[in-house]
Ligand binder design. Structure first.
Ligand code: KIV
Ligand code: ZN
Length: 559
């Protein structure tokens, strides 16, 4: 990198707009959307989609709710031409959807584009030419007036050649893009848009679409908003024009630039699903739409099944949605940090069904976009106790007492640390079962029975301790007390019971009881045991045995 980049790179000039309005506005409604996946997105693929893939993609866009879809550049390639024809000839375009085609300002290409559009019910003819000083100088070697002439001549040709199409019943609109708008002098962009509008003569019923592209993103989003507000304020036929945004993402701020430019007065947004497009991509429509949704504004696009949309996208574009992509990424609803997991768990259980969404760290209810709660918390060595308890309760129904969370959290973290990977819910269950429910050394409970007389309970138990069988009897105020006293006659360490809880697991005839008992031996620290049985009494006796077995292991290993 340069030590003084100022000598190599220039600052982007600000727009003089002292009375700018956009910073004080809020978004109140969704814009009109136009998908450019099948043109701008497709042209940026290492392996462009074949016709079958495009058809599948088109249907998906329709299903999402796009009413304007740019289907290609039919005058530039036979495949794009054929695709456009198939959509029309096979009646695949719903009546309320307009197909849009891109074309340069050349008469033979315009004529060919109209051949592609013949028979369409609703169409947008998208005409463009480059307008920036660098394009004028290096690529076209043309003056400003020559560049305006290209645009106006192109518009006139579209007007002339459109007549047969509109006479045959096609509802046709014109979109004009001064390509590289954001790198063009604002006065010049305005002049060329006005000149095109003069030729086209739009009406309030058939507005011209003035698409103002950030073909390459060079400035901060506030500058983009200023540029759009500047144009919206000066267009003489603003009521007969739709101002459209088309941002690319070279600085990684295409989404922010679009959102601020909507505040600045734009009516329409062009972009692609998940931001596919040249270089760093086009605007990601999914994110802008769902950002609106999470502010209570329906975007008029339906992402209820975002995983399925992502699957079609990944298969047809051969691109991957990054794991951290907003809303759609694999890890979007995953919290690795223990404190985050804890906050999610607490705020999620406090969330009331009909109250505004307020779950910490999760700005959208994953269920609204067809994603599941299940994958929300993953456990690795950094995860906190809350996450493990959440998984055991929500995935498997074990509602561990709060006091036990820390103990199980530490055990799971140690396993994750040793494994070096995150643990799945099934891994967590397996560790829990091994550690608490299936531990059978040195003590194995063979038999346990109680009898009651007056207010006392007598128990008879058969245990093996280190392989030797013991017949025990004890009396107490309940089965747990009786069993605890019976154990005092053995070599096992003396202990007291610190806490006890139980709940049922499963329903109906399959239901079992699970109990959690925390004990403390004379010299050891408190620890839990857990037991399961169809008989609630036996579940708690098993929990004591589990705690004693864990205690014996800790004594043996010095842990
Ligand atoms: O990025 C761009 O400027 C374009 C135009 C053709 C609209 O894709
Ligand atoms: Zn583009």
């Amino acid at each position: 990198m340069q030590s003084a980049p100022v000598s190599k790179y220039r600052q982007f000039p600000p727009v003089h707009l002292p009375h700018r309005q956009w910073p004080n506005r809020t978004l109140t409604h969704a814009p009109a959307w136009c998908s450019v996946d099948l043109r701008d997105g497709n042209q940026a693929l290492a392996q462009p989609m074949n016709v079958e893939e495009k058809l599948e993609y088109f249907e998906m866009l329709v299903g999402i709710g796009f009413k304007e879809i740019e289907v290609g550049f039919p005058s530039a390639s036979q495949i794009e031409f054929d695709f456009c024809r198939r959509l029309i000839d096979e009646n695949r375009i719903p009546a309320d959807v307009a197909i849009q085609i891109l074309c340069q300002c050349r008469e033979e290409l315009i004529i060919r584009s109209f051949d592609a559009l013949k028979g369409a019910k609703n169409a947008i003819f998208h005409l463009y030419n480059s307008t920036s000083p660098a394009q004028r100088q290096h690529v076209f070697n043309a003056s400003r007036s020559a560049i305006i002439k290209i645009a106006t001549q192109g518009t006139q040709w579209v007007k002339n050649h459109s007549q047969a199409l509109t006479a045959a019943g096609t509802h046709l609109r014109l979109e004009y893009s001064p390509e590289s708008f954001t790198s063009t002098e604002l006065e010049f962009s305005w002049e060329i848009c006005e000149a095109v509008t003069d030729i086209w003569q739009p009406s309030t019923d058939n507005k011209i679409i003035l698409n103002l592209p950030a073909t390459v993103e060079y400035a901060t989003p506030n500058v983009h908003a200023d540029q759009i507000e500047w144009m919206c304020d000066r267009l003489t036929r603003r009521d007969k024009s739709l101002v459209s945004l088309h941002t690319h993402n070279d600085r990684g701020t295409g989404i922010a630039a679009t959102e601020l430019a909507l505040l600045a007065g734009a009516d329409r947004v062009e972009g692609t699903l998940f931001g596919n497009g040249e270089r760093t991509g086009n605007l990601d429509v999914v994110t802008v739409a769902l950002n609106l949704y999470t502010h209570g504004i329906h975007p008029n696009l339906d992402f209820s099944h975002i995983n399925e949309i992502r699957e079609v996208y990944e298969r047809t574009t051969r691109l991957e949605v990054p794991a951290r992509q907003p809303y759609a990424g694999e890890l979007t609803f995953t919290a690795f940090s223990g404190s985050h997991q804890d906050a999610i768990k607490k705020s999620w259980s406090a969330q009331k069904p009909h109250e505004p969404w307020d779950v910490l760290y999760i700005p959208i209810d994953p269920a609204d976009i067809g994603r599941s709660y299940k994958a929300i918390i993953r456990i690795n060595a950094q995860s906190g106790k809350g996450g493990v308890a959440y998984v055991l309760e929500n995935e498997f129904g074990y509602a561990l007492p709060k006091l036990m969370h820390k103990e199980i959290g530490k055990i799971i973290n140690d396993v994750a640390d040793t494994k070096g990977t995150e643990l799945s819910p099934d891994d967590i269950l397996a560790v829990f079962r091994r550690e608490y429910l299936e531990r059978c050394a040195p003590i194995v409970l063979q038999h346990f029975k109680t009898t009651e007389h007056d207010s006392a309970v007598t128990c008879r138990a058969t245990l093996t301790i280190d392989g030797a069988s013991h017949e025990l009897t004890g009396e107490g105020n309940g089965p747990i007390d009786a069993f605890t006293r019976a154990l005092f006659d053995t070599s096992l360490p003396k202990f007291e019971i610190l806490s006890y809880s139980e709940h049922s697991l499963g329903k109906g005839s399959e239901a079992r009881a699970v109990s959690y008992i925390q004990i403390k031996t004379e010299r050891g620290r408190p620890l839990f045991g857990a037991g399961i049985d169809t008989n609630i009494e036996l579940a708690s006796i098993k929990a004591i045995v589990s705690a004693l077995n864990r205690c014996a292991l800790q004594t043996a290993t010095g842990t």
